[in-house]
Structure formats: structure tokens, C-alpha cells
Design a protein around this ligand. Structure first.
Ligand code: CDV
Length: 321
């Protein structure tokens, strides 16, 4: 890895989770999270990244009504009584965290959400997933469903960046990581660290995709996005076989150089840590990715003006052959 000053070290942990089965209680899951938080603290981490929808099985794979989903899988408050032991341990240990969960708002809206919690166990930020994958109809012939478009609304909070523990941190969730707009929206706010949780099924229900490509695409987007945005990334999977439905692991910490500095080895609960050097990102931001010096937003206005791909624009006269 590139050598830089060692002035700004930050103890980052990623807590990968093995499967959460339908029969597992919230209390049992939170106990696992607390154990991993304690391990992270013992390894000098002051921030832990937990997965997307960490408190339950990945329920969008099951066809059910919205009411059934709300009853069983959504949280009406964060923290709540079931999750409080995690917040208590965070306060005791002085360790902040990112936690993904299904959010039910007071007025009945549903989001795929993550909270940012500081070292005093206070919720200091909330992000709601923007890029919801899947479908909202029943696909009886598919091996499983991916009903995020049925159970969740598109996130309405944008891609904010918070200053916590003296660093600029942004959040995203799972499928968001495949979209360059996600990362650039946060790196333009000087994010230094972007954290995410994911549940990535090993099989694609829409077409026959070799299983190894699921992990390859996960790696390639994290490595390229870290480099192109000069940010550190901490990515936490929920993985392994949940009641027979397998999801990829490969939780990792990626440097602004694009290099993977830590990676989970299995598909169970596993904590990986790194003392990340925030000055490494500064180096990239001052040179190859000095945005103020090199970006030309006028030349890529289509990125915000168009959603889907359309016709080529009329050619400027000098671009014609
Ligand atoms: N939970 C997810 O967002 N999963 C998607 C799958 C469906 C491709 C992902 O991007 O990993």
C-alpha cells in the first residue's frame, strides 16, 4: 500500500454476520451483535459496521402481505427494548456503530434504513436506502423472491455525510454500492469513510449468473469506488445459508488506494479490523482526485437530468465528423 503520514489513525471494525434464521429471536441476534462489538473494542476499534437488516432474516425473500412483514420484521423505534443491550454495550465501551434495520415510521411508512451511532450510544444519523432492487409482484416460479420494492419506499434523505469521532462518515446500503452516484454524492461532501451493510443472495433470480460473479461484482464496485472517490470503505455482509437461501460473504475494509486491507474468511459471525490511515484518502484527494481542480460538472449534466438511457444528444458542431 502507498506510504503516507500515520497521523490520523482510526480503529475500524466490520462485523460480518452468519445466517439469521426465521426461528431466531431478536434477543438472540442482538446477543451476537454485542459479542462482536466487545471483540471489536478489545481489538482497539472505536466504530463497528453491522449488516443491512441485521436484526432478522433477509425477509424480502418471502412473499407475504405488507401487514405481515410489518408485524414480524419492522422496528417502530431505534433503539427499542430488544436492541437496547447493543446501545448499552456501545456506551459502556465507547464504540460507535452502523446498524441496518427495517424502519416503520410513526405515520406508517416503511424504509430499509441504517443508523449511525456515536461513542455515547446516541443516534446521530439516519440513512434510508435509495437503490431498492428486486420487484413488487409475486414470482411463484422463482426460487425465492426479492421484494424490496414491495416492502420499502425509496429513501428520501439523500446521501448525507456526518462528522462523528472527528471524521466525515457517509452511509449506504447494499445495492447502493453498485451505483457510482452513491459514492460521488458523499465524496463531494468530503466523506472520508463510507460504511455499508449488505445481504447479497448468491443466486440471481432474474437470469442465470455464475455464482462467482456475485462476489466479483461486490469486490469490483468496492475497490473501484474507494479509489475513484478517495474514501475508505467498511462493508459488512449477512451471509451463509439462511434457512437454505445462501448469501455471499466477503465482508471487507477497502483503502482509498482500492486495496483490500482486511477481508472476512468465512460465512459465520466474524470481526475484521484495521487501524485505517485517514491521511491516505487526503493524499488521493489532493492529487489524482482533486475534484475542485479536475471535475467539469457542465460536461456531465445528463447524470442528474436523465434517469433512464435515452437517445444520443444532438452533436455540438465541432463534435461532428
Ligand atoms: N439487499 C440487496 O440490495 N441485494 C442486492 C441484490 C439483489 C443484487 C445487492 O445489490 O446485493
Amino acid at each position: 500500500m502507498t506510504q503516507t503520514s500515520r497521523a490520523r489513525k482510526f480503529g475500524l471494525a466490520v462485523a460480518q454476520m452468519g445466517p439469521v434464521h426465521l426461528a431466531d429471536s431478536r434477543q438472540a441476534v442482538v446477543k451476537r451483535l454485542v459479542e462482536m462489538l466487545r471483540e471489536a473494542a478489545a481489538r482497539q476499534a472505536t466504530f463497528v459496521v453491522f449488516p443491512e437488516l441485521a436484526l432478522t432474516t433477509f425477509f424480502p425473500r418471502y412473499w407475504m402481505t405488507e401487514e405481515e412483514a410489518v408485524e414480524r420484521y419492522f422496528e417502530r423505534a431505534m433503539p427499542n427494548a430488544d436492541v437496547q443491550p447493543l446501545f448499552d454495550a456501545a456506551r459502556e465501551l465507547g464504540v460507535g456503530f452502523y446498524l441496518g434495520y427495517a424502519e416503520l415510521t410513526a405515520d406508517g411508512r416503511r424504509f430499509n434504513t441504517a443508523v449511525l451511532v456515536d461513542r455515547a450510544a446516541k443516534v446521530v444519523g439516519k440513512y434510508r436506502k435509495v437503490h431498492l432492487p428486486g420487484h413488487d409482484d409475486h414470482k411463484p416460479d422463482a426460487p425465492f423472491q426479492h421484494l424490496e420494492k414491495k416492502f420499502f419506499e425509496v429513501g428520501n434523505l439523500g446521501f448525507p455525510v456526518w462528522n462523528t469521532q472527528d471524521i466525515n462518515v457517509g452511509m449506504c446500503i447494499c445495492n447502493d454500492r453498485r451505483w457510482p452516484e452513491t459514492w460521488r454524492s458523499m465524496s463531494l461532501q468530503s466523506a472520508e469513510l463510507i460504511v455499508l451493510g449488505y445481504n447479497t443472495p448468491s443466486w440471481n433470480i432474474h437470469w442465470t449468473e455464475p455464482v462467482h460473479l456475485r462476489t466479483f461484482h461486490h469486490e469490483i464496485v468496492l475497490q473501484a469506488s474507494a479509489y475513484q472517490n478517495a474514501v475508505w470503505i467498511g462493508a459488512a455482509a449477512k451471509c451463509g445459508s439462511e434457512d437454505g437461501f445462501h448469501m455471499i460473504g466477503s465482508s471487507m475494509i477497502v483503502a482509498p488506494s482500492g486495496e483490500i486491507v482486511a477481508r472476512a474468511s468465512g460465512e459465520e459471525d466474524e470481526v475484521i479490523t484495521a487501524q485505517i490511515d485517514l491521511d491516505l484518502g487526503t493524499t488521493f484527494r489532493q492529487h489524482v482526485f482533486n475534484f475542485a481542480k479536475h471535475r467539469s460538472p457542465d460536461q456531465y449534466r445528463l447524470i442528474v437530468e436523465r434517469t433512464g438511457a435515452g437517445e444520443p444528444l444532438p452533436l455540438p458542431p465541432e463534435a461532428r465528423g
